[in-house]
Ligand binder design. Structure first.
Ligand SMILES: [Zn+2]
Length: 241
């Protein structure tokens, strides 16, 4: 199990705290800065950033513009269940402090199946995936579902295998086989966390999951509802006589 203490020890070697209290977590090739009034949370977030960027870059997602991360007590977007958010217009990420996340989730959420430090780091990976995806495409995708697919796949990938298994076991509505048509904006709105687990199940079943994500980045793959549009305008039928 990862601990905050481990995060801090690892983070010290590559971070610099400026006079303003902002932590310059990554200096090159492109800056990532972190603002928090809690030094140990700031260091934990910095370590999570380094681990997340290594995961994202290993899957073909790269950073091209500076990103500022603020860790605070929220609420975010006036939405009581929001753990993190990426603002594309300003390249800013906001993530709730781990203890605030814990209180918000209570004792019923499936997300508490993993340690809060791991969830905190995985939310940073999720939001950074949004940021890098937006930067690479210079805009949002055709559907919210495809952006969230990338963010959730990278969030799950950032976890250890045992953490991932614990989380998946706790998730409602698990399907053994997830098709791309199941991963749509409608279902995302109905149940974001189940959508997230389905995104991972679909990603891990791909022969080349990172290649699938590259297809989303390039626009070759989009998540428009192919099956639904075929239903609205049936192109053919089978005549059997
Ligand atoms: Zn997201």
């Amino acid at each position: 199990m990862k601990s905050l203490a481990t995060f801090c020890a690892l983070a010290i070697s590559f971070s610099t705290v400026s006079a303003s209290g902002e932590l310059l977590c990554r200096r090159s090739p492109i800056e990532v800065s972190i603002v928090s009034d809690n030094e140990s949370i700031q260091e934990a977030a910095c370590n999570a950033v380094h681990e997340a960027l290594a995961t994202l870059e290993g899957c073909g997602l790269s950073q091209s513009e500076p990103i500022a991360i603020e860790i605070g007590a929220g609420p975010l977007l006036d939405h009581q269940n929001c753990l993190g958010v990426y603002h594309c217009e300003s390249n800013q990420v906001y993530v709730l402090e781990p203890n605030v996340m814990s209180k918000l989730l209570g004792d019923q959420s499936p997300l508490i199946a993993i340690p809060i430090e791991s969830l905190f780091s995985s939310i940073i990976a999720h939001e950074l995936a949004h940021a890098l995806l937006f930067q690479m495409r210079n805009g949002a995708g055709e559907t919210i579902a495809e952006d969230e697919y990338v963010a959730y796949a990278m969030q799950y990938l950032s976890l250890t295998a045992p953490e991932r298994e614990s989380l998946l076991r706790a998730m409602p509505g698990q399907e053994s086989y997830v098709t791309r048509d199941m991963l749509n904006d409608f279902f995302l709105t109905m149940s974001p966390i189940t959508f997230g687990s389905w995104a991972w199940r679909h990603f891990e079943k791909q022969e080349d999951g990172c290649g699938f994500i590259s297809g989303i980045v390039s626009g070759e793959i989009d998540f428009t509802l192919d099956a639904a549009s075929r239903c609205l305008n049936p192109p053919e039928c089978t005549i059997n006589r």
